[in-house]
Design a protein around this ligand. Structure first.
Ligand code: AMP
Length: 302
């Protein structure tokens, strides 16, 4: 099933307790798309970057087999989305140091006509009105899933509530679920979020795993356990989880609770590689064979 993603293609600066990476390739759309190519091809990207987008970032994305960049607009006079964040000692929590919206403040990117038959749509983190506009172009979609973030929950709450009514699934992290519902228990928060529109909700709990709440059941899945010293940079792990999850579903004949349970495990394993390096390097340096081996190990342990 053709899979399309829209979101940010960004320039990230990340501080961890022991290291700093400046101007690395990131963005919600980039992490999702690269992660999803392990499971399904092609992955269609809709996004925009500015004239300051580093050449090596372009070369990196162009080198990924199965990534379709026809819908990536390069706007010479604009600025690329840029984000900076700092992780606290446990690497589980972070603060945003800056967000430069750049192209996100302009008109949304065009959708190429060759993408018209896309059936699975992932709305990675972006302004909810941009997410809504993209969705309106795919009335015949099979599945629409969205992510969001503290910034949009704060500054675009009404648009977000409108978006929730249009989507089938929502994938967010535990702090965002708490911010939206005032419920600290992820399962209760997911149940509250389902009342706002989506059919199923996934709440990611960082090193504590993730939960899926679906009309046919609930799954509480542990994370893949990495040595503390192997966790280099958690940025993009959530988007990589979503890429693994939806990439797997795009390859399934039937999308039901059983398929989603397996997709949760693929999301978990795909994200675990993102944690091991700064930027997209963790995903880019991983082979499908390494991914499959870790998946089997995870299944055997579970
Ligand atoms: P994650 O760690 O999965 O939450 O994703 C982090 C990625 O999202 C980084 O690569 C950022 O460039 C990007 N990002 C950060 N803030 C935003 C935002 N407000 N909207 C869209 N993307 C964002």
């Amino acid at each position: 099933m053709p899979l399309l993603v829209t979101g940010t293609i960004g320039i990230d600066t990340v501080h961890t307790p022991t290291a700093k990476a400046e101007k690395v390739s990131g963005g919600s759309c980039a992490y999702f798309a690269v992660a999803a190519t392990f499971h399904h091809k092609p992955i269609r990207v809709v996004g925009a970057v500015g004239g300051d987008w580093p050449k090596e970032h372009a070369t990196l994305l162009e080198s990924i087999d199965g990534l379709c960049l026809e819908g990536l607009e390069q706007r010479a006079q604009s600025k690329t989305f840029a984000w900076g964040g700092r992780y606290f000692d446990n690497m589980n929590q972070r603060e945003t140091l800056f967000t430069e919206l750049g192209v996100l403040e302009e008109a949304p990117p065009e959708v190429p006509s060759s993408y018209a038959d896309s059936r699975i749509i992932f709305l990675a983190n972006s302004h909810p009105s941009v997410q809504l506009e993209l969705l309106s172009k795919f009335p015949n979609r099979t599945l629409a899933v969205a992510d969001t973030m503290d910034l949009w929950i704060t500054i675009a709450h009404e648009e977000l509530l409108t978006l929730f009514k249009e989507i089938d699934g929502l994938i967010i992290n535990d702090s965002e679920a708490l911010q939206l519902t005032n419920q600290s228990d992820p399962i209760v928060a997911a149940q509250e979020l389902i009342k706002l529109g989506p059919t199923f909700v996934i709440v990611k709990k960082g090193e504590h795993g993730s939960v899926l709440v679906h009309p046919d059941g609930t799954l509480d899945l542990l994370a893949y356990s990495l040595e503390q010293s192997d966790v280099v940079d958690p940025t993009g792990a959530g988007d990589s989880f979503a890429g693994g999850f939806l990439g797997h579903l795009a390859s399934c004949d039937v999308i039901d609770f059983n398929a989603m349970k397996e997709a949760m495990a693929w999301g978990t394993i795909t994200a675990s590689f993102t944690l091991q390096s700064f930027g997209l390097d963790g995903l880019v340096s991983t082979t499908k064979q390494q991914l499959d081996e870790r998946f089997r190990e995870f299944e055997d342990e579970g």
